[in-house]
Ligand binder design. Structure first.
Ligand code: HEC
Ligand code: HEC
Length: 280
């Protein structure tokens, strides 16, 4: 059998076992086209788009595309959607924003980032509070949950004041009595509550006064939450809150944001916090 008379096409010329030959047929046309199309595509892509890494830069491509440029264009589009909202917000009070469902929705979303950046470190990422830092989600307010009160809290800051009662004012036994009564939500039934002047700040009903930020002592929602709640209550009574005469006093200060955030940002945050707390 001659070399090229194989019915299947050209062979390498080697023949084994009489009839076994190796074919050298060219690949089919469609396959070759595919090959050429793909290297041409690579070339065109490489010329058009940023592609090849060089020593300290890369080929930029003639199309002028870059991912950062695309991102910036996207951002511009977002800004142009935001602009009319932002413009509107400037002239509105926080209370008016609450009345406008669409704006309220927009504000809550954009305030989430502001909250994460400025408030979450103390109040927790969802506003759920941290030891020493009050929860903003429970609709139990030291200073009030109206939109105006929340605006005030954020703009001017807050710093509650309770004098230490340990030492001369109260004996250990009296502190025990008061603490247990508070722990059980029944402090107004404890005669010491009146006699020792707690009533002056925490009110006749024990619910606290929002003008002072004095905590509600009868709702069993704890401003200074702790594993051992009874011990925490005793500690507060003994050392007070922000009492400069007691080095062990509790520190509780909400910073003022008026110089650090602009008016619109504060409004947004107030609306956001108002919604977290279920409003009022
Ligand atoms: C450095 C910690 C800290 C940061 C940051 C902080 N807060 Fe506060 N915040 C506090 C403390 C502490 C209190 C309670 C003050 C007190 O007990 O007198 C408080 C109280 C509040 C209150 C009043 C709560 C009530 O029950 O009446 C609001 C509202 C509030 N913060 C919102 C915010 C918002 C919004 C931000 C972000 C712009 C923020 N806080 C950032 C520490 C912080
Ligand atoms: C001058 C006002 C004032 C007086 C008097 C006062 N308190 Fe307070 N008390 C406060 C304020 C304000 C707070 C909240 C501080 C804060 O969170 O910034 C507070 C907080 C507390 C807390 C913490 C509650 C919690 O949820 O963790 C306890 C407990 C407490 N007071 C008990 C007493 C008792 C008992 C007396 C009387 C012996 C008393 N207080 C007298 C102002 C006062």
């Amino acid at each position: 059998m001659s070399e090229n008379s194989n019915p299947h096409g050209q062979t390498t010329g080697h023949v084994w076992d009489d009839t076994l030959a190796e074919l050298t047929n060219p690949p089919p046309k469609w396959w070759m086209w595919g090959l050429h199309a793909s290297w041409i595509l690579v070339l065109v892509y490489g010329i058009y788009y940023p592609a090849w890494p060089l020593l300290d830069t890369y080929t930029k491509g003639i199309a002028g595309w870059s991912s950062i440029k695309e991102y910036k264009e996207d951002l511009k589009e977002v800004e142009s959607i935001r602009a009319p909202y932002e413009q509107k917000l400037k002239g509105m009070s926080a209370a008016a924003i609450l009345q406008d469902a669409e704006l309220k929705e927009y504000v809550s979303r954009s305030a989430k980032v502001l909250f994460g950046d400025n408030c979450a470190a103390c109040h927790g990422s969802g506003g759920q509070g941290n030891p020493g830092f009050p929860s903003l989600v429970d609709d139990d307010w030291l200073y009030g949950g109206t939109i105006e009160a929340i605006m005030q809290s954020i703009t001017n800051g807050r710093k509650g004041m309770m004098p230490k009662m340990g030492g001369q004012q109260l004996t250990a036994e009296e502190i025990d009595k008061l603490a247990n009564a508070i722990y059980n939500g029944k402090v107004t039934e404890e005669p010491l509550y009146m006699a020792k002047g707690c009533v002056g700040c925490h009110g006749p009903d024990g619910k606290g006064m929002q003008a002072l930020g004095s905590a509600n002592l009868v709702d069993k929602i704890w401003r200074f939450k702790a594993e051992d709640q009874l011990a925490s209550i005793k500690y507060t009574i003994t050392h007070g809150v922000n009492d400069p005469t007691d080095p062990k006093t509790r520190k509780a200060e909400m910073p003022a944001w008026s110089g650090r955030l602009d008016e619109t940002q504060i409004k947004k945050l107030a609306v956001y916090v108002h919604q977290l707390g279920g409003g009022q």
